[in-house]
Design a binder for this molecule. Structure first.
Ligand code: ADP
Ligand code: MG
Length: 246
């Protein structure tokens, strides 16, 4: 694999909080256009792994590169849907306002949304299928619709890499399937890293899986494609379940 096919690379990465090791000796390659599922028990370091990719945390050993650069230099092409949204849903904002916030990272100079920002935000809303709700107050949305707003916000940041931390934790299974389906479409042009507990769902959407339990317990390096995906994956998921004790 050449350097320019790599989206994210971890080389022998260590991280601890207050002396407690959260991640240990992580080596991981995520290729452009991968749809990588990250699984592992609670407290196993999944969110920490994502925060290292986002440059919100710095490794205490080893290196993380994102599109060949240190994470903080790639932040403007990475969209993030956090596990617990820090966004206050009672804040007086419309759907479009929230999606426009995804453009903040693109601003140069004193911030003001441009015509292009609005176009990009409206297109993101079309892509996630809720453009008709653009003037709706965010408090008036269902859980699944809110999740789409957050995905649209991440997309509006012109993301080449989308990172989602348990995005379907608060939505019902019907919406969950829709969201995975949407992500699969986005994956035609965007690298996706998705943390989830839902092995059943991810097996039919992702092409790679990383199982984290402080260390990387399993990380298939061979690509899984085409007709074999379901069959192969079923076995792999069973294997992962077994290895991770899930
Ligand atoms: P996961 O997302 O897999 O549930 P995390 O990456 O959030 O796991 O956490 C990994 C470990 O690091 C856990 O033991 C957790 O308690 C600890 N941890 C996470 N965030 C902090 C923090 N801000 N301060 C101290 N310990 C933390
Ligand atoms: Mg987490």
């Amino acid at each position: 694999m050449t350097q320019n096919e790599t989206a994210v690379k971890f080389e022998n990465v260590y991280f601890s909080y207050d002396g407690n090791l959260a991640l240990e000796g992580i080596n991981l390659d995520i290729h452009k256009r991968d749809f990588m599922g990250v699984i592992g028990p609670n407290g196993s370091g999944k969110t920490t792994l994502l925060k290292l990719i986002l440059g919100l945390l710095k490794p205490e050993g080893g290196t993380v590169t994102v599109f060949g650069k240190p994470p903080h230099q790639s932040r403007n092409v990475v969209g993030y849907v956090p596990q617990h949204t820090s966004f206050d849903m009672t804040f007086p904002a419309t759907v479009l306002d929230v999606v426009l916030m995804g453009r903040l990272g693109q601003a140069s100079g004193f911030f003001k949304y441009s015509v292009k920002d609005r176009e990009v935000a409206e297109n993101a809303l079309r892509q996630v299928g809720i453009h008709g709700l653009k003037n709706r107050h965010i408090s008036e949305l269902s859980g699944g619709q809110r999740q789409r707003v957050l995905i649209a916000r991440a997309m509006a940041s012109s993301a080449k890499l989308l990172i989602l931390d348990e995005p379907t934790a608060s939505v019902d299974s019907r919406n969950e399937e829709d969201i995975y389906h949407l992500l699969k479409e986005l994956n035609l042009t965007t690298t996706i890293i998705l943390v989830t507990h839902d092995l059943g769902f991810i097996s039919s959407y992702v092409n790679r899986v990383a199982c984290v339990n402080r260390r990387l317990v399993c990380h298939p390096t061979s690509e899984i494609t085409g007709e074999v995906i379901n069959e192969t994956y079923q076995t792999q998921v069973e294997m992962i379940r077994h290895k991770c004790g899930l």
